[in-house]
Each structure stands twice: as C-alpha cells, then as structure tokens.
Design a protein around this ligand. Structure first.
Ligand code: HPA
Length: 265
C-alpha cells in the first residue's frame, strides 16, 4: 500500500469513508476555522509526512466532517517552502486528499496587497498566479504528467461560485494575480515595485505550489487571500508576522462567511 493509501485508511477508520466534496487549506491566522467542522479532528502528528511543527498561527490538525451540509477535509495548517526548502512540502497532504476521493481544493492564505482598492482586512480571489520563488514542487517528478498545463489553473467555475457567494454575503471579493515569493523574509520595496510591473496584485509565501500539485493530481483549484497589509513600501505600517496574525482575523471573518455561503449554495 502506498503511503497516501495508509494515511487514507487511518483517516477513513476515524472519520468514515465518504469522499470529501472539498479540501480546504487554511493560511496564517486562519487555522481556527477548522473548529467549525462537525466531525473529527486528526492531529498531523498521527499522519506521517504531514507538517506537524509548523508556523505560529497555523493549527496542525486535519478536520473531516460536515460544514454547511458538505463533507469537507480542512487542513488547519500548511508547510511552506521557506520552512524546509522543499516546494513539495504539502504533497503528502494533497495526495491524501486525492486518495480519499476529493477532487476540489480551496486554498487560503494571508497576503500583502499591491492595490489600494484591496486594503488590509479585505479579501482577494486569485484569478491567476506568478511563481516567482524560482522553484516548482514537481521538480524531480518522473511521471510525464509533470508537464501540467496551468491555463485556468484557478478554476473558472469555482471562482464564479465564490464570487456569487461573496456577493450574496455583501463581501467584496475582487480578483487578482498572486505572486509567490519564497520568504521567509518579507519583500523589499523594490521587489514589490517589480511584482507590480510584472502584473501582480498581491504577494505571499504559499499557495502556488499547492495549486501546481493540485492540478497535477487532477483537482479543480481555487484560492482566496486574506489581505493583512500593503506590500513593503506601499504604506507606513511595519510588516511583521505578528502583524499578519493580528490582522488575519479581520479578513478571516469575511472569508468564513463567503466559504460557508459557497458550501451551502
Ligand atoms: N508578503 C508576503 N507574505 C505575506 C505578506 C507580505 O506582505 N503579508 C502576509 N503574508
């Protein structure tokens, strides 16, 4: 049995065998959303290969159960490229989802905005992304499926449904391009200006490798950023991880409403 097969068996033993309708990955300061799931919580420590040390603001548990009438698998925390130097750090988690029969993936993250009209406390739906970190989670993958097409990697149908859910909730959900920087240092003001010229609307340190892996596994993917700050040099505020964690709950409350409405409708 493959490793993801072993993990899937453990998860099915504890949570039942119905395939999740959606997999969700929660970003910095958003991990508590998993607690809303009516089901079971499995610590990552029980799931070999899943990242159980993690970054503060993340909750290393997999929640499986019902949320607004849908079966969901919610990863309360993620591993980032900057923690290990491995862009494929979330591959075991996504392979587990795949093994459980889940083919829709919604990713969330905290991000810095490059647009005045997408302020801190707001949300941005990713229309597309730029992999600026200089690596790829599929490097070393031998299977020919590694040549993953990335047009419409951010699924137009799921995005339309998320926009409709946001409109129904009265939450602004502008779309924009997310640019992946490796971190863990924040960007310089010059890098932020460069990202802007390249067509980015927000910057962050995650999500893009998961979209690439998700597409590799044949999943439909979408991602929402919770904007915690303006990009470096665009405002007087000091950027820090503490600031990210402080600001995330503002957007997280909106994100939760949008996600609940999306799942319900
Ligand atoms: N840059 C990168 N990642 C981030 C930021 C940022 O400004 N804010 C929150 N995560």
């Amino acid at each position: 049995m493959s490793k993801s097969g072993d993990l899937a068996r453990l998860v099915r033993d504890r949570a039942g065998s119905a395939p999740p309708d959606y997999g969700l990955v929660l970003g910095s300061g958003l991990g508590h959303l998993g607690a809303s799931v009516d089901g079971v919580a499995i610590p990552y420590a029980d799931l070999e290969g899943l990242p159980h040390a993690g970054v503060s603001g993340h909750v290393p548990q997999l929640y499986i159960g019902d949320l607004e009438g849908r079966r969901v698998a919610v990863f309360g925390g993620r591993s980032h490229y900057y923690e290990t130097g491995r862009a494929d750090a979330m591959r075991p988690a996504l392979e587990l989802l795949d093994e459980l029969g889940c083919d829709r993936l919604i990713l969330t993250n905290a991000a810095g905005s490059l647009r005045e009209d997408i302020p801190p406390g707001g949300l941005m739906l990713l229309s597309d992304h730029i992999a600026f970190a200089g690596t790829n989670p599929l490097i070393g993958e031998a299977d020919e499926r590694r040549f993953v097409p990335m047009t419409d990697a951010h699924d137009p149908g799921i995005r339309a449904d998320l926009r409709a859910a946001a409109a129904a909730e009265g939450v602004a959900l502008p779309e924009g391009v997310y640019c992946w920087f490796s971190g863990p240092s924040f960007e310089t003001p010059a890098e932020i200006r460069a990202a802007r010229v390249l067509g980015a609307d927000a910057v962050g340190m995650s999500t893009v490798p998961e979209v690439i892996l998700g597409r590799f596994l044949g999943m439909r993917c979408a991602a929402i950023s919770v904007i915690t700050n303006m990009g470096a040099g665009l405002s007087a505020e000091r950027i820090s991880h503490d600031h990210t964690k402080q600001m995330a709950p503002l957007g997280a409350a909106k994100l939760e409403r949008v996600l609940r409405r999306f799942l319900r409708d």
